[in-house]
Design a protein. Structure first.
Length: 196
């Protein structure tokens, strides 16, 4: 089987700590669509793993149940292509747990890149991030997406980089995390065939 080029990019969808519309720290609920849509996009762009982060046990069980249906259960027979995508999903309790795991598994330096719809000073451009991903070195990158009204400040402050927000050509900026993840992956890893 042709070995597909793997990227050094991981993805994480964070359900805690995120903020609600009043800026309070909450734990958001996992939604089925976030699992499927983002896993399918991650598979399309060669993302190595898609971490679902939630500290709530029954939410972790829910993720495991959904992914098991599509990777080992009836869903796997029914739709093997969906199995391939959902196989990227790994559920963990916290970002710290994910970073520990990534650090141990591969003797690489993990760089944290957070995303947000809000403008941030000295944010990382897509072209610079694209170049970084293409450098053959010991770095691996994990791209963090939030839920609810976005990642909590403590997560943004932990990051090595804040990716510049996607903006359309209007002041309207309320993308779902599913749309934002797909757009960002395409900007970073898409084969645009255009002269870069
Ligand atoms: N106002 C929130 C914010 O600034 O992130 C929107 C949260 S949105 C429902 C959930 C997630 O989608 C965000 O945490 C971020 O990861 C991603 N996202 C949404 N809009 C984005 C944009 N314009 N640029 C980059 N990421 C975006």
């Amino acid at each position: 089987l042709r070995k597909l080029p793997e990227t050094n990019l991981y993805l994480a969808l964070i359900h805690y700590p995120v903020v609600n519309k009043n800026g309070q720290i909450i734990t958001s609920a996992v939604t089925n669509l976030d699992l499927h849509d983002i896993a399918r996009a991650a598979k399309t762009y060669g993302v190595k793993k898609y971490y679902i982060i939630t500290p709530i046990d029954d939410q972790k069980e829910l993720v495991k149940k959904i992914t098991a249906h599509w990777t080992h259960g009836v869903g796997a027979e029914f739709n093997p292509l969906r199995r391939e995508a959902l196989e990227l999903i790994t559920v963990r309790s916290s970002l710290e747990e994910v970073l520990d795991e990534m650090g141990q598994r591969e003797l690489k330096k993990t760089r944290l890149v957070v995303t947000s719809a809000k403008k941030n000073q000295n944010s990382l451009s897509y072209s610079d991030f694209r170049d970084m991903l293409n450098i053959k070195n010991n770095n691996q990158y994990i791209l963090l997406f939030g839920t609810a009204w976005g990642l909590a400040k403590e997560v943004i402050e932990k990051a090595d980089y804040v990716l510049e927000p996607i903006s359309g050509n209007t002041p309207y900026n309320h993308l779902s995390v599913r749309s934002a993840a797909a757009i960002i992956m395409d900007r970073l890893l898409g084969n645009h065939g255009l002269s870069s």
